[in-house]
Design a binder for this molecule. Structure first.
Ligand SMILES: Nc1ncnc2c1ncn2[C@@H]1O[C@H](COP(=O)(O)OP(=O)(O)OP(=O)(O)O)[C@@H](O)[C@H]1O
Length: 243
């Protein structure tokens, strides 16, 4: 589904990603962890073309994103993204937020669009919020709407960039539970940047540890948490787990 081959990324002179090699199979849930500034957001944003790459190959859903001619609209139809700050349209209701892209991009008809949107709202525990505006919702509710909105496009893969980092602690569990449910769907590929080690441990098939723009470790979740190989991964884990 997603494959990085010797990918390089620069911001001006700054080398943000160095020789990234990573393969994510369809249906896998992969968590990306590492210290602040290690390149996690940059990496995840390259997968749906929000950041360009300068070298190597980046294959997403059979298309090479390192090739300038690649059709980004086709990529974005198949790869959804959930952001730290929700990015909902404040002047649209919850239902309108969820129905917008399927209407414009997929040309889904109104009654089917509404039916799918309502079902997704029920799935994220917000069946009664369709006519609310984002400002009437808590952060955790907004994030669940953002997840429903991504799912409405029926993507093959979902990217999550620190989806719980902006939430009050009591809201985090509800959002993680929705993400756990999605991860159980064996057709959905998920790549998640998070500091939630419990989620990584319980839900991820694999954990990728990054530092200074490089992947230092790529291991099955249980193996990574029981016995990280890289000294820097060990040190990182001992800091975040004892926090
Ligand atoms: N648009 C940009 N222009 C220049 N430098 C950038 C840009 N975006 C990110 N960087 C730099 O690239 C490096 C990696 O940033 P990135 O946001 O990918 O890290 P991160 O691991 O996601 O960090 P955090 O956990 O703090 O969100 C950082 O040194 C950052 O300052």
């Amino acid at each position: 589904m997603i494959e990085f081959k010797n990918v390089e990324k620069y911001y001006g002179d700054f080398h943000a990603l160095t020789n990234i090699n990573l393969k994510i199979e369809s249906g896998e849930t992969v968590v990306l962890i590492g210290p602040s500034g290690s390149g996690k957001s940059t990496l995840i944003r390259t997968v749906n073309g929000l950041e360009t790459v300068e070298g190597g190959e980046l294959i997403v859903n059979d298309q090479d994103l390192a090739n300038k001619k690649t059709d980004m609209n086709r990529i974005r139809k198949n790869v959804g993204m959930v952001f730290q700050h929700f990015n909902l349209y404040e002047n649209k209701t919850v239902l309108e937020n969820i129905m917008l892209a399927p209407r414009l991009v997929l040309k889904r008809n109104k009654s089917e669009n509404e039916k799918i949107a309502q079902a997704l709202l029920a799935k994220v525990g917000l069946a009664d919020k369709g006519n609310s505006y984002p400002k009437q919702l808590s952060g955790g509710q907004k994030q669940r709407v953002a997840i429903a909105r991504s799912l409405a496009m029926k993507p093959k893969a979902l990217l999550f960039d620190e989806p719980t980092s902006a939430l009050d602690p009591e809201m985090i569990g509800d959002v993680l539970n929705v993400m756990k449910d999605i991860a159980k769907d064996s057709d959905m590929t998920m790549l998640v940047v998070t500091h939630e080690m419990g989620f990584a441990k319980q839900v991820a098939d694999r954990v990728i540890f990054m530092d200074s723009g490089k992947i230092l470790e790529d291991a099955p979740s249980a193996q990574f948490f029981d016995n990280p190989k890289e000294p820097r991964a060990k040190q990182f884990l001992s800091q975040v787990l004892n926090h």
